[in-house]
Design a protein around this ligand. Structure first.
Ligand code: CMC
Length: 431
């Protein structure tokens, strides 16, 4: 028998169907609430709102489970790579040999950037934040593929396979070009024989007179970072992509908006904020104890960055994987970084502190990802850019769900709390 939820308003009982997901999670379908009763629901920050039904990623925040298309993140991290996981997320199944070979070839074949785009970079001052450049450039990229960025759903969908590989490939080149432009150095062309991650590092760090060659250890570490960022259900940037897509906007415009949403320090920008925090703790000669005390004040600006999560009330499984990986990377490169020691100490203090325990605040993905990126030479203001490169498959898959689904334009309601009707006062009569 199907389950029903009852809501009593002014003595009248309204019944709503309960929807059950494939993992048993439940939601009350209140779509007819307003027409039934004149009421809407109020849920600031959408903390308790299911905005869609999705088949891509499952998270159980209470127990720390993350799965893409049914596969556990731990298994994907151990046995797969970023490009294969990108395929899985976009197409729903692990690829066979032919499928992955053709996907990798398309990504490689799309590595270069149209020469005319080179000039666009000259329009940015060197002080520009790379996330601003990346967002603008992804939107501009759509202008080079007008037949794929039409805002005509059928036509955009017809070219989705090409658009997806273009974006996954070129977001990496655009990121590297933003880095080179800021340094005033010439752009470096991609190489046919390099892997996805090694090519990114080559385009960032090689010089016309000297090649940068990523070691297999560095390549693997970067691969892991990107893989662990590939999708995370209805987070702020993915919800933004879906919102923009729901109005009928093309994939390029939608992911460009996703980059802007990701930029904020409560979302993707947290990976930069974590390193800034760890460095300032180190500079002040604190072992983390004073910082943790201050973080409990309730002042948002003093929060322990890289801690807490809207969905995880348990250790973020991505943070667990990255914590172990960062220890291995540091040991294998014989690196010593006081920032890693401070991070481990902060986690240790917080894990025994009543404030963090009762609020279920654990390290999230951003707590250890910056430490790995720093160890492989990524500059701090590019950490969030790398997050964007990693999140691209998730944005594409979510755009696809909107474009192929039946949902109407996303348009939430509000509770108006401003002035009631007042009479207009001409300027000369105003005090
Ligand atoms: N340090 C100290 N206190 C915290 C922290 C923190 N990092 N995070 C939450 N709290 C406290 C908060 O003050 C509140 O306490 P009280 O109940 O006494 O008012 C309680 O925990 C609940 O916090 P909230 O702000 O209502 O929780 P939220 O679900 O709205 O926010 C969050 C989630 C991730 C924005 C928040 O935990 C935070 O600001 N963390 C630091 C920034 C960060 O690491 N962001 C990356 C998120 S993971 C990657 C991604 O998805 O982008």
């Amino acid at each position: 028998m199907s389950e029903t939820a009852c809501l009593t308003i002014d003595g009248k009982v309204h019944k709503y169907p309960v929807i059950t997901g494939t993992e048993g999670e439940k939601g009350i379908d209140i779509r007819s609430l307003r027409s039934d009763s004149g009421y809407i629901t109020y849920d600031d920050g959408y903390a308790n709102t299911g905005s869609c039904m999705s088949r891509i990623t499952f998270i159980d925040g209470e127990t720390g489970i993350l799965r893409h298309r049914g596969y556990a993140i731990e298994e994907l991290a151990a046995g797969s790579d970023f490009i294969e996981v990108a395929y899985l997320i976009i197409y729903g199944e692990l690829p066979n040999r032919d499928q992955i070979a053709s996907f990798r070839n398309l990504i490689l074949g799309n590595a270069a950037i149209h020469q005319s785009m080179f000039h666009s970079f000259a329009g940015f001052p060197a002080s520009s934040h790379p996330m601003a450049i990346l967002s603008a450039m992804l939107n501009s990229l759509g202008c080079y593929y007008p037949h794929m960025a039409t805002n005509n759903r059928e036509q955009d969908l017809e070219h989705l396979d090409d658009a997806a590989t273009i974006l996954i490939s070129k977001v990496r080149a655009l990121a590297a070009m933003a880095y080179r432009m800021k340094l005033g150095r010439p752009f470096i062309y991609p190489r046919g024989q390099l892997s996805y991650c090694s090519n990114l590092l080559h385009m960032m760090f090689s010089e016309p007179y000297a090649d940068y060659t990523a070691s297999s250890r560095v390549d693997r570490a970067l691969n892991l970072v990107l893989l662990l960022h590939a999708d995370h259900e209805q987070n702020c940037s993915t919800s933004t992509v879906r919102m923009v897509a729901s109005g009928g906007a093309n994939l390029f415009a939608s992911v460009s908006a996703g980059v802007c949403a990701l930029w904020g320090p409560a979302h993707g920008g947290a990976n930069m904020a974590v390193i800034e925090m760890l460095e300032s703790i180190h500079k002040e000669g604190d072992d983390g104890t004073r910082f943790v005390e201050a973080a409990k004040s309730g002042d948002r600006s003093k929060r322990l960055m890289g801690f807490g999560h809207r969905v995880y009330k348990h250790y973020d499984p991505r943070a667990q994987i990255l914590k172990e990986a960062s220890k291995k990377v540091f040991a294998s490169m014989r690196l010593q970084d006081p920032v890693l020691d401070i991070a481990l100490k902060l986690e240790e203090i917080a894990s025994h502190d009543e404030y963090f325990i009762t609020r279920k605040l654990y390290p999230n993905v951003d707590f250890y990802s910056g430490i790995i990126m720093r160890s492989i030479g990524i500059p701090i203001d590019f950490f969030t850019v790398l997050f964007a490169i990693g999140r691209m498959p998730g944005w594409i898959a979510n755009w696809k769900e909107i474009a192929t689904g039946k949902s109407s334009i996303h348009r939430p309601r509000q509770i108006y709390t401003g002035s009631t009707l007042r009479k207009f006062v001409p300027l000369e009569e105003r005090l």
